[in-house]
Design a protein around this ligand. Structure first.
Ligand code: RP5
Length: 226
């Protein structure tokens, strides 16, 4: 590989070299010839490419692929998507760059741990994890990262009470911030993630304030039928 070949246009999951070839495994081969800062950046992107290649379900991916995701929305099964899509839609509405994947604590344990360990280095700042039944996904992710993890209990065969208790009842030491069961929890997880990011990001805080204002106006404008 020529020394001058550089990865010049990385978007989440895909990079393009100057000669038009796609980045991926090549990143591993090329980065040792780059200056340290660039090499580190490309190593992280290469890790991301490799993880997404094995775990990504593209229909659920970020609606803002040009921006580096700050929030990851993870769910234990494709069957959780109808609930967790409310988190993604709310993040999109607030302009928070996000990504979404199906990863299971028990069906894909290695990929889940790898995702959690690499998340902070990839630039993620909050993880939202939704799972149902014996819902240990949020806790397992929290065990592998210092990032704040917000848990969404999915409405299950036991109306979500099993999911709620499994997500909320973390023993002291590894916290999971647990939201309400189902759709409300997914939406609120996104709003809470935005609030966390908004403490250091003015643009996101302003979007959140605008969301609240619009919501208040809509409540005050409610007309009741006699
Ligand atoms: C959990 O098991 C998932 O989060 C999901 O809520 C539940 C059922 O999964 P499926 O059997 O529908 O794939 O891991």
């Amino acid at each position: 590989m020529p020394i001058h070949r550089r990865n010049i246009a990385l978007t989440p999951g895909i990079g393009i070299f100057a000669d038009g070839t796609l980045a991926g495994r090549q990143c591993h081969l090329a980065f040792h010839r780059m200056e340290p800062a660039g090499a580190e950046r490309h190593r992280r992107e290469a890790q991301r490419v490799s993880l997404l290649a094995r775990t990504n379900q593209t229909p659920y991916n970020s609606h803002m692929p040009e921006l580096k995701p700050l929030v990851a929305v993870i769910m234990g099964s494709k069957s959780d998507w109808e609930t967790m899509r409310h988190a993604v839609e709310t993040l999109d509405e607030l302009g928070v760059p996000n990504e979404a994947h199906v990863l299971s604590a028990h069906r894909t344990p290695d990929a889940t741990a790898e995702f959690a360990r690499n998340g902070a280095a990839r630039g993620l700042r909050v993880v939202i994890a939704g799972a149902g039944g014996a819902a240990h996904l949020a806790g397992v992710i929290a065990a592998h990262t210092w990032l704040p993890v917000l848990g969404v209990p999915i409405q299950s065969k036991l109306q979500g009470l099993d999911s709620l208790l499994s997500t909320a009842q973390m023993p002291g030491g590894i916290p999971v911030g647990t939201l309400a069961i189902g759709e409300a929890g997914a939406k609120n997880a996104a709003l809470l993630a935005a609030a966390i990011l908004g403490t250091s990001d003015d643009a996101i805080r302003k979007k959140l304030e605008a969301f609240r204002k619009k919501q208040s106006e809509s409540v005050l404008a409610a007309k009741l039928e006699k």
